[in-house]
Design a protein around this ligand. Structure first.
Ligand code: NDP
Length: 283
């Protein structure tokens, strides 16, 4: 027998364009259903020019919040009542939360990464080397800086983008940041504790490699990839072979979803259910 219709359902969702292939709905709805939460997550294709109207709809329909992805991560800010600390620092929002009638912008990408990292290593006092300087690298590096990283090195192909991120970190956080241009196989210095691939290299179906000098990957080094699909990237396989401690991007995706659910519902969801839902669709 089907469940009786409930008028009590609360709505959240995801706005972007293109957004249909975004896996967040599958993962978040699996958690809502598992915990019997009367929430429905709705993925909606919203073009840039319709963001204001979509947000007016959110308020009119009493959404508890929503995720937003490209092209709305910066444009949404002017519509919001407030920003969380890291979202304000990085100037990008991927999760909006309704708190007492006010819509507050948060960024859960970096927080999700940090939750994956912390069981393996505490970022405080560590030297982190990050490949990439795009939106994800910005989120990850700002959150690492707020967590007390001692030094951050940004390695990026495009110089201006890398320098811009380093300038932001040095101006707005306490973590000293340095930029290095990326050409050829990059050697990991001995004083680096954590290496992160924050580029889009390796995202299915791309099979190209992160250009790193594999002879400088060493036992004990922590190596993380933010690519969620496939979870075992070529970069992580190289790091595993060198005896590094590795962290996959599926964990970051699950944890940023977990943080969003916690913000919207107050419930800490079971992440094994969320990860299993993602593994099903990525398979
Ligand atoms: P952006 O387009 O903003 O940035 C892409 C970055 O990758 C840039 O630094 C770019 O360098 C670099 N890059 C891309 N191709 C190459 C290449 N062939 N050689 C060297 N550098 C390259 O993307 P995002 O930062 O928003 O996203 C990056 C990835 O992060 C995506 O694949 C996404 O799937 C993943 N992601 C994962 C999340 C998770 O929860 N696991 C959350 C968010 C994102 P350049 O500046 O030179 O162009």
């Amino acid at each position: 027998m089907s469940e009786p219709f409930s008028c009590e359902k609360k709505y959240v969702g995801n706005f972007g364009q293109p957004v249909w292939e975004n896996p967040t709905e599958v993962m978040v709805q699996a958690a809502f259903d598992h915990h019997d939460l009367a929430f429905r997550y709705i993925t909606t294709e919203v073009p840039a020019e319709n963001l204001a109207a979509a947000f007016a709809g959110v308020k009119a329909m009493g959404y508890r919040g929503f995720n937003c992805t490209l092209p709305h991560k910066v444009a949404i800010i002017e519509h919001l009542d407030d920003l969380g600390e890291s979202a304000a620092l990085m100037g990008a929002v991927n999760c909006v939360v309704e708190r007492d009638g006010r819509y507050v912008g948060e960024n859960t990408d970096g927080k999700g990464f940090l939750e994956s990292l912390t069981p393996i290593i505490d970022a405080a006092g560590k030297h982190v080397l990050i490949f990439g300087a795009g939106g994800a690298a910005r989120a990850v590096s700002v959150e690492l800086a707020l967590a007390g990283a001692a030094a951050i090195t940004i390695v990026n192909r495009t110089v201006e983008r890398g320098e811009e991120l380093v300038a932001l970190l040095n101006a707005k956080t306490g973590a000293p940041a340095t930029f290095l241009a990326w050409s050829g196989d990059h050697a990991i210095p001995d004083d680096v504790d954590i290496v992160v691939n924050s580029t889009s290299i390796g995202l299915f179906p791309d099979t190209s490699r992160v250009a790193v000098d594999a002879s400088t990957l060493r036992a004990g080094l922590v190596v993380a990839d933010i690519i969620p699909n496939p979870p075992r990237t070529r970069f992580l396989e190289e790091a595993d072979a060198a005896g590094c401690r590795t962290i996959d991007g599926l964990g970051m995706l699950v944890n940023q979803g977990k943080i969003g659910i916690r913000f919207w519902t107050g419930v800490d969801p079971d992440t094994t259910v969320m990860r299993a839902a993602l593994e099903t669709i990525f398979a």
